[in-house]
Design a protein around this ligand. Structure first.
Ligand SMILES: C[S@@+](CC[C@H](N)C(=O)[O-])C[C@H]1O[C@@H](n2cnc3c(N)ncnc32)[C@H](O)[C@@H]1O
Length: 276
């Protein structure tokens, strides 16, 4: 397959506009391999044919399938645990205390770009492990992603060993059951705590429907976006949070660089970002 630099530019612009994902010239080989797959599936012989198909597909189904194939879905349970501990032992008790005073007992948590679900399921396990009266709260945890492929895995909730490498043995025993194929099936108790739905972070209309969250986790995704798209997403997260709510990005992604609207708070020896 031969892709000209004009075709590469056109294709990456379509992808960027649709998803925020940004591919520089050095990603040519990666993109070419995924493109070859989609061209085979759609019976396109040349890149020109494929571009025509994508552009005249009014519903954007093929562009979505191409974007899905370009996503990096690396994830695992208990990822970046110190940050999760600053949530469960720092920010969460703070919010719960304030809510109790006003007679409110509901908590809304959003794992945006959740990949195969390890992140929202880890949050659910941590709530069970660290919040003794969690069952007397109405907890909503929602996981969203642009990739329908990973959302299917989220709902199935069966994982191979590598996803559980950082899960403490006792937690593993408590919440997972070994399958006949030597995989690990997540128990219903945790599975039922999380709902999943499709959401594209750069779709402003859909993003506006996400409101009243106490906590938003968007870890290890904005590294694949360019700065203007990241700024747009973080600004929409700001609107999705309740006053006093917290946002958690990945270690290499800085809230402060993307928005001046959040207040920096030190909790449990970590810096966290709060909507004031
Ligand atoms: C590397 S994973 C991170 C998963 C999880 N947050 C973690 O830290 O383990 C990045 C995820 O972002 C998703 N993603 C990429 N672009 C997106 C977009 N525009 N809207 C929603 N999700 C997106 C990908 O499909 C992928 O599953």
């Amino acid at each position: 397959m031969n892709i000209s630099s004009e075709e590469y530019k056109e294709l990456t612009e379509l992808v960027h506009k649709r998803s925020g994902l940004f591919f520089e010239e050095n990603k040519l080989y990666f993109l070419e391999r995924r493109l070859q797959n989609r061209m085979t599936v759609t019976n396109c012989e040349t890149v020109k044919d494929y571009l025509r198909l994508v552009k005249y597909d009014v519903r954007g189904t093929e562009l979505d399938a191409f974007v899905d194939s370009l996503t990096t879905n690396e994830t695992y349970f208990y990822r970046e645990l110190p940050q999760l501990m600053s949530f469960v032992q720092g920010a969460l008790p703070l919010i719960m205390e304030q809510k109790k005073k006003s007679g409110i007992r509901n908590i809304k948590i959003w794992s945006a770009a959740c990949s195969r679900g390890c992140e929202p399921y880890t949050i659910a396990m941590l709530l069970k492990e660290y919040v003794p009266d969690i069952d007397s709260w109405h907890v909503q945890i929602i996981g969203t992603d642009i990739s329908n492929t990973v959302l299917r895995d989220c709902r199935q909730a069966v994982y191979s060993d590598r996803f559980l490498k950082d899960v403490p043995p006792l937690v593993k025993m408590k919440y997972f059951t070994k399958t006949e194929d030597n995989d690990w099936s997540l128990n219903k108790e945790i599975k039922n705590m999380v709902q999943f739905s499709h959401l594209n972070l750069v779709d402003r209309t859909k993003m506006r429907t996400m409101a009243g969250y106490d906590f938003i986790f968007c870890r290890n995704v904005l590294i694949y976006f360019d700065e203007p798209s990241s700024k747009q997403v973080v600004s929409m997260f700001y609107d999705s949070l309740s006053k006093g709510g917290f946002i958690f990005l990945g270690h290499s992604e800085s809230v402060a660089r993307l928005s001046a609207a959040f207040q920096i708070v030190r909790l449990n020896n970590s810096l966290v970002y709060q909507k004031s």
